[in-house]
Design a protein around this ligand. Structure first.
Ligand code: IPM
Ligand code: MG
Length: 379
């Protein structure tokens, strides 16, 4: 295939995606389901250990619902780098099938191969899962009450440079081109989710972040579509910022308190949410929700720490990020009371009381002890 044909194929694929989005379903109504199936995906490295601790916490909180047949947990083991590399797929087919039988998922970290390492050129499992389940919104809250910070980032999760990140072209030895995709329905749906969140949570300001002064077509569309959606929310103040100055303003102690809800294209959102999580105590303290209309996946933001496993330290790995992701999952499927109890217990165990401390080594608590400590705070 020559480069022009390759480009034509990409255009056809993306047009089909636009049509599918336009025809798209409504959000699942979890209340209408007889049973909610929660998949627990261990992933790689420390993932199986920490997700097992999160599973234990969630199973205890939902004990009655499980007994009543309203909730079922399923453990999904196959999403490991060994399996992915062996079949040369970001998500092996049988694993994707198991995943699709669930309604919501809690996922541990999955190793993303780097160019040239022993795992070969497998696409990131995170990115593949977001695409395969159409998890278009990456919602990342960052809260630092003592500094007056209460931000929620709505990062678009399927488009931008990620949509065709593995389909760029080397034209010749000197010239390489990647493609950036922004669509009207893809922007509409993330914008609407962000504005609905603002409206339902008493927020009165939404900030759109782009670089539309330079990247005129794609960021221009993103900004315009967000502003169009904003017209349906006249009580919410809207402003737009460029990503460079926005990155600076998050450090500005006088101004940063004013931001509430942010909407961003995928890559800017990837970068800005790491910066924001760092103020809260590091990416390891953040949870991340990947929301689609049919599926939703909640995950720890940190990596798989294979070294900890090699050194036999996975039992000392900190399960707090994936447990926090579990609290987001509970809230998403309508168990708000249980979610609130879990958030409160997490705060007590990691901020106010800190009777047990995790160090990642044998001088600290194990993840299992920490999960029990969290459970001891929940009646
Ligand atoms: C994230 C991560 C992922 C991303 C990686 C692991 C592919 O950085 O969830 O923010 O780039 O989106
Ligand atoms: Mg990231």
């Amino acid at each position: 295939m020559n480069h022009i044909e390759q480009f034509e194929k990409i255009i056809e694929q993306q047009k089909a995606r636009v049509e599918a989005m336009k025809a798209g379903d409504d959000f699942v109504d979890y209340k209408s389901l007889d049973k909610i199936i929660i998949g627990i995906i261990g992933g790689d490295g420390i993932g199986p250990a920490i997700t097992a601790h999160a599973h234990k916490v969630l199973a205890s909180l939902l004990d009655e619902e499980v007994k009543a047949g309203k909730v079922e947990f399923r453990t999904i083991d196959g999403l490991t780098i060994e399996n992915r590399s062996a079949v040369g797929k970001a998500i092996p087919d049988d694993v994707l099938e198991e995943i699709k039988q669930c309604h919501v998922l809690l996922k541990g970290p999955t190793t993303t191969p780097r160019a040239g390492d022993k795992w070969g050129n497998v696409e990131s499992a995170n990115v593949a899962m977001r695409k395969a389940l159409d998890l278009f919104a990456n919602v990342r809250p960052v809260q630092i009450p003592e500094k007056g910070i209460d931000w929620t980032f709505f990062r678009e999760n399927t488009e931008c440079l990620y949509a065709l990140g593995s389909q760029g072209v080397d034209i010749d030895d000197d010239l390489s081109i990647d493609f950036r995709v922004i669509t009207t329905p893809g922007t509409e749906r993330i914008a609407r989710l962000a504005f609905e969140h603002a409206k339902n949570n008493g927020k009165n300001r939404v900030t759109i972040v782009t670089k539309a002064n330079i990247v005129k077509k794609t960021d221009g569309k993103f900004l315009n579509v967000c502003k169009e959606v904003a017209k349906d929310y006249p009580d919410i103040e809207v402003d737009d910022w460029y990503i460079d100055i926005m990155t600076a303003k998050l450090v500005d102690e006088k101004r940063r308190k004013d931001f509430q809800v942010m909407i961003l294209p995928n890559l800017y959102g990837d970068i800005l949410t790491d910066e924001a999580a760092e103020f809260q105590g590091g990416v390891g303290t953040a949870g991340s929700a990947n929301i689609g209309k049919r599926y939703a996946m909640f995950e720890a933001v940190h990596g798989s720490a294979p070294r900890m496993v090699e050194e036999g330290r996975d039992k000392y790995a900190d399960p707090c990020s994936v447990i926090r992701a579990g609290a987001m999952l509970l809230s998403h499927i309508g168990y708000q009371e249980q979610a609130d109890k879990l958030y409160a217990a997490l705060d007590e165990c990691t901020v106010t009381e800190k009777k047990l401390v995790i160090t990642g080594r044998d001088d600290g608590a194990t993840g299992d002890e920490f999960a029990d400590y969290i459970l001891s705070k929940i009646d």
